[in-house]
Design a protein around this ligand. Structure first.
Ligand SMILES: [Fe+2]
Ligand SMILES: [Fe+2]
Length: 291
């Protein structure tokens, strides 16, 4: 039997100085064979350091995906480059975006992908929600400029920036980026899920963004049409449902985070989803699976 500790949205950069040591002790008290993390580990300038710290503190493999916060104050390509370098130099850190199925036991496999909200659930067109993502991830923010030393600045002034972010054109441009990121997740699932299901009776899919409306909660109820477009990924959910209908004798468990609201839903007889609870500054163990 294998014991798996599932973590999500641990936001380690928000902990006080000794917070990481305290959290490490909490995890060490619960013996496990592997640690899974479904994103929002830290931010772009600290996620690599925190993953390195975790690798040095734990002896077990750490399989993870990244969340939107892991890209804050950075560009996607920069963060991904650093994460790939870290994983290539590590024997135990595995970013699931770059991985084939990971064998957990002879009967259980793990795949995963960061994924991204795709604006397809709810009412993106009329949603007035402006997530921090759109300001703090430089690929979404056309105003950020970098000088030769790598320092970022925002030429043009705050007024200019705000009028840009609320424009229809900017909203459409963000949606295209969001859907392109979600399409990467779909491509990964298409490439790896069927093969995983042929080999393993039970497969886990670790991801950051809830792929089903039923897993996307806010303040004790399913998110409304204003929030759903920014917190869920319909195209990933549709892909998982379509594939699992082809494999009725196999089981898929989806583990996601992002909303910080605990949820659990049976989507099909053979497809279940768990969404993680989280509070900034108080990282917690979500579940311990015994497989
Ligand atoms: Fe989070
Ligand atoms: Fe998130």
């Amino acid at each position: 039997m294998k014991k798996i500790i599932w973590l999500s949205d641990i936001h380690l950069n928000l902990l006080p100085k000794n917070g990481i040591a305290t959290f490490v002790e909490i995890i060490k008290k619960r013996p496990s064979d592997t640690i899974w993390i479904s994103g929002d580990i830290a931010e772009a300038d600290s996620v690599v350091d925190f993953l390195s710290t975790m690798e040095s503190e734990f002896e077990q493999p750490i399989n993870f995906v990244l969340g939107n916060h892991d890209y804050y104050l950075g560009f996607f390509n920069e963060v991904r480059f650093k994460i790939r370098k870290l994983c290539s130099e590590s024997g135990r850190l595995c970013w699931l975006n770059d991985s084939d199925v990971v064998e957990v036991t002879k009967e259980v496999g793990l795949i995963g992908h960061d994924s991204w909200a795709d604006g397809r659930f709810g009412d993106y067109k009329n949603s007035d929600l402006l997530l921090n993502d759109y300001f703090m991830i430089w690929d979404f923010n056309p105003f950020v400029k970098k000088d030769v030393s790598g320092k970022q600045s925002f030429p043009g002034g705050i007024k200019n920036i705000l009028s840009h972010f609320t424009s229809t054109q900017a909203k459409q441009s963000r949606l295209l980026k969001m859907q392109a990121l979600a399409a990467e997740a779909v491509q990964h699932i298409e490439m790896h899920l069927c093969d995983s299901l042929k080999k393993y009776k039970k497969v886990f899919f670790l991801t950051h963004v809830p792929p089903f409306r039923e897993a996307c909660w806010h303040q004790d109820k399913i998110s409304d049409d204003n929030g759903l477009p920014h917190f869920s990924c319909k195209i990933v959910g549709d892909t998982l449902i379509r594939i699992m209908k082809q494999y009725p004798d196999r089981h898929l468990t989806v583990l996601c985070g992002h909303t910080h609201c605990r949820a659990e839903a049976q989507i099909l007889d053979n497809l279940k989803v768990f969404a993680a609870h989280a509070e900034y500054g108080i990282p917690e163990i979500q579940k311990i699976f015994k497989l």
